[in-house]
Design a protein around this ligand. Structure first.
Ligand code: FES
Ligand code: FES
Length: 251
């Protein structure tokens, strides 16, 4: 019985294979998807447009199409290739250039390269430097470097310093100092809204912008306001408790 089933099944397979061409140089009439057809396609692949190289892409105006978020990374690529952004003749613009930044209501002169991020300008090029804004990921992922640009939270590691020149920049230093803290800063101190503190200035800036836009923000709105801020210490409960306390202080 077993022999009969096995022989029958072999016969069926043999019969269906027999309808296909076994000659690789002839196309198969039974199915276009059979092996010879596939091999022929691989031997004569259809012509495809030449893909844009990374270099061409960068030169082709990536700064415009990617937007400000990716600008510093693209600028670094251009710098590595010997071509600074904004150089119309394609020649490298060497050295630093003086720009004016309006930081916490004060005009500050700073010398930066075209590729310098606002975060780098604040932390390492200003004299004296402003280190309250923290550098953590340097890639727009953690929110530790959040500042306010014209009142809106922005990751300063993803903004070119030269692009910030026409905007009002607010940093944690402008919110207050230990003797005269802002309501949000006071709430963070009273409710233990920090552990290592690396994320704290970014949270305070994002939450400050949210509360200024809506002084009666609820917890859900406050959580959404700092959706781009990460705390590796896991201090979220105290952060939101602090923010809610700051909102209650507005009532
Ligand atoms: S350091 Fe800018 S987003 Fe992380
Ligand atoms: S308090 Fe340490 S990362 Fe937030």
């Amino acid at each position: 019985m077993f022999m009969l089933v096995a022989v029958g099944s072999w016969g069926l397979r043999k019969g269906s294979e027999g309808e296909h061409s076994r000659d690789l140089n002839r196309s198969c009439r039974a199915s276009p998807a059979c092996l010879p057809s596939k091999i022929m396609k691989r031997q004569n692949p259809p012509e495809r447009p030449t893909p844009l190289s990374r270099r061409d892409f960068l030169r082709g105006g990536a700064l415009v199409s990617l937007g400000a978020a990716a600008a510093p990374a693209v600028a670094r690529e251009l710098e590595a290739e010997g071509q600074a952004p904004g150089s119309p003749d394609g020649k490298r613009q060497r050295g630093r250039h003086k720009i004016q930044l309006r930081i916490n209501g004060t005009e500050r002169e700073v010398q930066v390269e075209p590729r310098t991020s606002l975060l780098e300008a604040l932390r390492t090029h200003l004299s004296p430097p402003m280190t309250g804004t923290k550098l953590v990921c340097d890639g727009g992922n953690c929110g530790a470097c959040t500042v306010l640009l014209d009142g809106e939270p922005a990751a300063s590691c993803m903004v070119l310093a030269v692009d910030a020149a026409d905007h009002q920049v607010r940093t944690i230093e402008g919110e207050g100092d230990p003797t005269d803290m802002s309501p949000m800063q006071s709430a963070f101190c009273e409710h233990d809204g920090m552990m290592c503190g690396f994320c704290t200035s970014g949270f305070i800036m994002s939450l400050t912008a949210a509360v200024e836009a809506n002084p009666k923000a609820n917890e859900q709105e406050l959580r959404e306001a700092c959706a781009g801020n990460l705390c590796r210490c896991g201090t979220y409960p105290q952060v939101f408790e602090s923010a809610l306390a700051a909102v209650r202080g507005n009532r």
